[in-house]
Design a protein around this ligand. Sequence first.
Ligand code: ADP
Length: 872
Amino acid sequence: MKSRSERTAKPSQSASGPESSAGNPQSPSGNEALQTSREKVQSANEELQRKIEETDQANIELRRAHQERAIYVAIVDSSDDAIISKTLDGIVTTWNKAAEKIFGYSAAEMVGQSITRIFPEDRLHEESYVLSQIRNGQKIEHFETVRRTRDGTLLDISVTISPVKDASGRIIGASKIARNVTAQKAAARAAQLLASIVDSSDDAIISKRLDGIITSWNKAAEKIFGYTAEEMIGQSITRLFPMDRLQEEPQIISRIGQGHRVEHFETVRKTKDGRNIHVSLTISPVKDAEGRIIGASKIARDISRQKQAEESLRRNEEQLRTMADSIPLLAWMAEANGNVFWYNRRWYEYTGTTFEQMQGWGWQAVHDPRILPSVNERWNESLRTGTPFEMEFPLRGADGEFRWFLTRVSPMKDTEGQVIRWFGTNTNIDEARKARQELEEETRILELLNDTGSAIASELNLEKLLQQVTDAGTKLSGAKFGAFFYNSVNEKGESYLLYTLSGAPREAFEKFGLPRNTPIFHPTFRGDGIVRLDDVTRDSRYGTMAPHHGMPKGHLPVRSYLAAPVISRSGEVIGGLFFGHPEPGVFTERSERLIVGIAAQAAVAIDNARLFETAQREIAHRRGVELALQKTKEELEDRVQERTASLRETTEQLETFCYSVAHDLRSPLRTQQSFAQALLDSHDKQLDAEGREYATRILRSAQRLDRLVNDLLTYSRLSRTELKFENVPLEKVVADVMRFLADEIQRSAGEITIGTLHSVVAFEPTLNLIITNLITNALKFVKPGESPKIHICSEKRDNKVRLWIEDNGIGIRPEGLNKIFGVFQRLHPVNKYPGTGIGLAIVQKGAERMGGKAGVESESGKGSRFWVELPA
Ligand code: ADP
């Protein structure tokens, strides 16, 4: 502005310049010219004057405009709203202080820039709309939008945009007034949020003035109390109060007035339809901006249901207690820490105590002090770990008697698994326990009885048996002393009395002699049945007899008396069992029954033992006879053996003799043969026909004898040769023999066929000998003029092999079948079929020596089938 005024001053100065220069006589045309000049100056001065005036006017206007503008600028600058102007293409032309403050950009940064710089991306489209409106001369008022500040914050703003016109009324730009409404919007949103929270709450939220007039009423309040907001706003809150609760309001107001809160105040309010409902109230003071209490806000929760639940819980618990009172068990409840806070009626009835005595840990008073420590230990363990408790222990009853109870305690836990309570019951198991003990006792006795029964039943030694019976009887009956007197019969048939004792040494009896047939003992020995006396000294039968008149001095002190006869199967009284005890009344009906049982078992066992003894004697007798027989048998066997041995010896001697004879015969025989042969060969001419005949006979008989001797030697050698067994294939031996007999076979025109042949275990030379003999016979014993047909084969029979040699020869008569295997046994005269009669004997002996046998099947005239069987 200042520079403007300076500039406006200049023309005035320059104006004076020409004026002074015009005064200079510079023109050469004289006065007229001067006049003209003066006129011109005059008009110029006038013109100047006018211009000066004009200028001054303009200056005045300008100053005014300047002043106006300054005011505007001041206004614009002092405005809290951003005031911005821009061209029609959106270029910022002015940017006030508030714009700087709101958007963070300075005027220098913004002037000349596009206004879109402060537009968020998603709002850019607004600019073209705004500009088109402005171009049309339209004003946009309170346009709510969002702009971005320099630091990127988005602001809610409200803009009013107006077109700017030049002097000619042309629209040249726009002015824009923008207000930051972010806080305002946030407040509105918060208020809305609060309202919706209040509306969505399940609790009634009500505000009221200090005079109790309701100022707000949410949806839940409508629902809980049944009144609409219209019905209640402006009404007194006491409308909700039941008559008997009206006095609560001044109390609440007085607390609120003092700035206090009322929390979780449980009370009753009335609904529109007249129902009383349980509510929990929380009431807080409401203050104005200056902190003055102007009212109260009230949150009311409908707790009717909760109350009902509590009520039903209470009723349930009452029912539970009533039930617990009616059960026959003792029952109680304890807190988590084990403090008992309740017992059922039975508990008090049984223990005869009071709650004051029993509460907490008072129950310990009814426990057996000896067992209490272990009860405490286990109960504390359960409390520590939260695990159920179970134990049997006695509890003292009102009568001072301890009875056994089974106690079970279970924990009740919350959802987190914490114990909230303990429920305990005590079941009276005293009877059951006694019964169990009795049963155990009974079982023990039965077992003992059974054991005794089996022990004595298996005991065959009479002495031991009686001792066992006495011991068992004493034990089972509960006696202190026991005795068994019994009749025994010796070998001569004389009867006498013996006894066994239990619980007392033998000497305790010995000095008194044996019990006599006194009236006390008599019924037992007579077999009359059991006698049981609670006190023998008080029995009328007692002490009636001299010399002792009762028990002898020093006798075992007997008061309780029990006696049972032991009667044999035959009805004979074997003896009596006697039991005593120094205390009276010890024996019961049960001990009586047991002793009867024992006596019966004893009778059977004694019978058995006696039978056994008799049997034993019988056995011993038989054994004697057996032994004698055995001896005779052994003697006989010895004799047989001796004879066999001597026979064998004789046979051997004979065989040896036979062998040596045969052996010794050979050399003279050879001599005889050779001389006979020499006679025939060398002296043929000297001998006449008769002489030659004789020499020939000598030679033949010598040859025959030689064969016989040879065969005999072979036969007797067979019994003395040592045989070595091996696996021998029959095929090989048969082939060997056939080779050996080749000439003979040829001579007889024999035909031999061979079938399957197995192997045998044999001594080959002997086997060879056997087969040779059999084939030789088969070739030999054919009808004159016929040629022999022989078939050789073998067959398996179990672990044996049977070799068959079958011929088509003359066969054997049935009566000859058994004979032919004997030495010298022949069925034909030598002149018909020559032979020594030893061949088959060799076959048989050879087979036998190799563990086999030989035989024949034949029919006269139909051929023979000889066989030899040997181990395979
Ligand atoms: P040997 O053949 O020397 O007479 P053996 O002891 O071998 O003596 O035979 C005894 C007798 O058995 C013979 O004399 C004969 O009567 C009868 N015998 C043996 N083998 C046959 C046979 N294959 N067929 C008919 N009879 C036979």
